[in-house]
Design a protein around this ligand. Sequence first.
Ligand code: THU
Length: 134
Amino acid sequence: MAVTDTLFAAAREAMALCHAPYSKFPVGAAILAEDGRVYKGANIENLAFPQGWCAECTAIGAMVMGGARKIREIGVIAEKMAFCPPCGGCRQKILEFADAETRIHLYDGAGAVKTMTMDELLPFSFQTDTIDKG
Ligand code: THU
């Protein structure tokens, strides 16, 4: 199975588990991490609206708690959108665990529709070597 298909299936599974009663805009994300495992997540909203978070955040949290620190590829799907570009905040969050060439796949209900690199998704990103990343 191609990586894009694996991520597509995982992102769809995740999307089905979203908690999006307010926006009714289910989103799923799946990460193939450096350890070869797939980590997934969905958006989780809250009655106090600003407290909700995106599918990409849930997937990144799952990856970090799984012990991995590097995204090889990530896929995102939204039920109601032909393809769903990650929001601005998620782009920076993905970048934390990615590099310029990391591939981001955007899906519709049938499969991959667009693939881009991290550099294309977030050009002119915040980066500085005045802070030690460890
Ligand atoms: N959402 C995501 O999960 N990821 C994105 O990149 C864009 C937006 C969610 C947040 C909210 O639960 C719903 O989509 C509507 O904005």
